[in-house]
Design a protein around this ligand. Structure first.
Ligand code: PLP
Length: 364
């Protein structure tokens, strides 16, 4: 029996060994980061060291970073805490943006990229203070969004721009200032860090109201004793991911090789193929082959992929992202393969062989 192959890194990335080691060491620390004695000061120093590393990953200042329980909380904090009356969000945002507050949707094209002109006219059509939320890269298709252009449009209209960079950070260079983002979300477990830890970077000029109150932690932006081992792990993961950006080209080669081999089969469609995409992500539909059937058959063959967004599911629901791109029945035939630091070319071979066996069984 060959070992199972994990190809679902947009759901979560295997923890990097150095992260696990740093977290194990942090579990031995005694102090509460808010305590004034030496134990507390040591714990505080570890939190601040991690904050600096997370800030460096996204081009923020350390003082702009607020640790949260993950990307979901950071997105909720951004949408609720920015205090803007209108929230304009792209139709392909993660549900933690779409369901954080009442939102107006900005459409995307068939390529999975936001319509900037639609954003412009929505902003021009209503003078109330607005927040625009646009992800840097989509979790299902990998499509990279024109965040800098959207930020410029938002600012022309006096709006703020929040960017969910959960899938982009560690996969493409991310610089909050160059993008013009006023708020930015990141999550540790998409970078090889622990689950249940993330951050919202908030530019110094943006006032933000806390969502969780009852303590002065995180400069009053997020009450509660910090999750020290997770934050330490997040810092190490952020540093490693920033240093390993050069490895992403090799992942793109693996991904492109996989796509070349599946596209040989008639009718296969790769979503967002016409857009700039994350190097690690491929989302494709095979006519008549249900997503759930593929995911289950591949799992039986020892290969883990997902059907569209699997963040919280276990159930397979029609993808709002693919539907927003105009996909009909194809949305029900899509699977997502997403690679990470542990991926190698033998994994691609295993995937393609198992997937071809599935196609052959259907044809028989
Ligand atoms: N934003 C995007 C684009 C995501 O893909 C995810 C998770 O898949 C999240 C936010 C939520 O992050 P977390 O799992 O840390 O809550």
């Amino acid at each position: 029996m060959l070992p199972p192959v994990y190809m679902d890194c947009n759901a979560t990335v295997p923890m990097r060994p150095a992260v696990a080691e740093a977290m194990a060491a942090a579990l031995e620390l005694v102090g509460n980061p808010s305590s004034v004695h030496r134990f507390g000061r040591l714990a505080r120093a570890r939190v601040e060291e991690a904050r600096g590393k997370v800030a460096a990953l996204v081009g923020a200042d350390a003082g702009e970073v607020t640790f949260t329980s993950g990307g979901t909380e950071a997105n909720n904090l951004a949408l609720a805490g920015a205090g803007r009356e209108r929230r304009l969000v792209s139709a392909i945002e993660h549900v933690s943006v779409l369901q954080a507050a009442a939102c107006e949707l900005v459409p995307v094209g068939a390529d999975g990229v936001i319509h900037l002109e639609a954003l412009r006219s929505l902003l021009a059509g209503d003078p109330r203070p607005a927040l625009v939320s646009l992800m840097l890269a989509n979790n299902e298709t990998g499509a990279i969004q024109p965040v800098a252009e959207a930020a410029a449009i938002a600012h022309e209209h006096g709006a703020l721009l929040h960017c969910d960079a959960v899938q982009a950070a560690g996969r493409i260079p991310v610089d909050m200032r160059r993008l013009g983002a006023d708020l930015m979300t990141v999550s540790a477990h998409k970078l090889g860090g622990p689950q249940g830890c993330g951050a919202l970077a908030v530019a110094a000029h943006v006032p933000l109201a806390a969502m969780i109150r009852g303590g002065g932690q995180e400069r009053g932006r997020r009450a509660g004793t910090e999750n020290l081992p997770a934050i330490v792990g997040f810092g190490v993961a952020a540093e490693l991911a920033a240093g390993a950006l050069g490895e992403q080209a090799a992942l793109a080669t693996l991904r492109n090789g996989l796509e070349a081999r599946v596209l040989v089969h008639r009718g296969v469609r790769v979503f967002a193929a016409a857009a700039p995409r994350l190097p690690n992500t491929s989302c494709f539909a095979t006519p008549g082959l249900e997503s759930a059937t593929q995911v289950m058959a591949l799992d039986l063959a020892g290969i883990a992929v997902s059907a569209g967004s699997a963040c919280s599911s276990g159930k397979v629901a029609a993808s709002h992202v693919l539907r927003a791109m105009g996909a009909g029945a194809e949305a029900g035939w899509a699977i997502r393969v997403s690679l990470g630091w542990q991926s190698e070319s033998s994994h691609i071979d295993r995937f393609v062989e198992a997937w071809q066996r599935l196609l052959a069984r259907r044809a028989a």
